[in-house]
Ligand binder design. Structure first.
Ligand SMILES: C[S@@+](CC[C@H](N)C(=O)[O-])C[C@H]1O[C@@H](n2cnc3c(N)ncnc32)[C@H](O)[C@@H]1O
Length: 201
């Protein structure tokens, strides 16, 4: 399968948009999730590890899951993540990890997955009972966020009420949203939510 982030990996971290988004999502996670030093965390669609970097020193370890070798290659070079982050280059919807986590975080990866229902089911299966998820992505938009030639984009953002239903159906409770960030792009403003929820015990 082609690595859709092969080219973008090269300057991902240098982009102002990536830096501002990961800083804002990291800040929202730190504000709304009670992080602690015993926590085993998964970052789904971790990419180059920008969001991992935001919380790494506050948790025990992070499993960085991504299907892009090019993005993970950048993550592996970061000294601040050495010994803290383990990379898993695999599609966990087809090949699950044999571990359950205290927390799953994710930023801007969900719109790359066609079947949201199946993704949420998969993420729930990777969480311990009572564990949390904190997932950031675009609110519903008009389809102009991604240029038309960008492949692998399956959703023009997400409707919060529809996502609430999906998460509830898969056993999550305390499903809340905050607006973690607003991306300014070509004179438009794209809100980014952080969904937090707890897997029922
Ligand atoms: C927009 S990037 C965001 C990267 C990072 N979370 C950040 O905020 O900088 C989306 C990431 O999701 C990854 N991705 C796409 N489909 C995936 C899948 N099925 N499983 C895991 N990661 C996936 C891509 O390879 C890419 O690294």
């Amino acid at each position: 399968m082609a690595d859709l982030f092969n080219e973008r990996a090269q300057n991902w971290d240098a982009r102002t948009m990536s830096q501002q988004l990961s800083a804002a999502v990291g800040e929202a996670i730190r504000q709304y999730v009670p992080l602690h030093p015993q926590m085993a965390v998964m970052d789904f669609g971790a990419g180059t590890g920008l969001v991992c970097t935001q919380i790494a020193e506050l948790v025990k370890n992070i499993a960085a899951v991504d299907i892009s070798e090019a993005m993970l290659e950048k993550l592996r070079t970061k000294p601040e993540l050495q010994g803290k982050v383990a990379c898993f280059k695999q599609n966990i919807m087809q090949h699950p990890l044999d571990q359950q986590f205290d927390l799953i975080i994710s930023a801007m990866a969900m719109h790359h997955i066609a079947d949201t229902d199946k993704l949420v089911q998969c993420l729930a299966a990777h969480l311990k009972p009572g564990a949390m998820i904190a997932l950031a992505d675009l609110d519903s938009e008009d389809g102009s966020f991604h240029a038309p030639h960008i492949k692998g984009v399956y959703h023009a953002g997400f409707d919060r009420a529809a996502l609430t239903q999906i998460f509830a159906q898969h056993g999550f409770k305390d499903i809340d949203f905050v607006t973690a960030h607003r991306i300014e792009k070509e004179e438009k403003n794209f809100p980014v939510f952080l969904l937090t929820a707890t897997k029922s015990a």
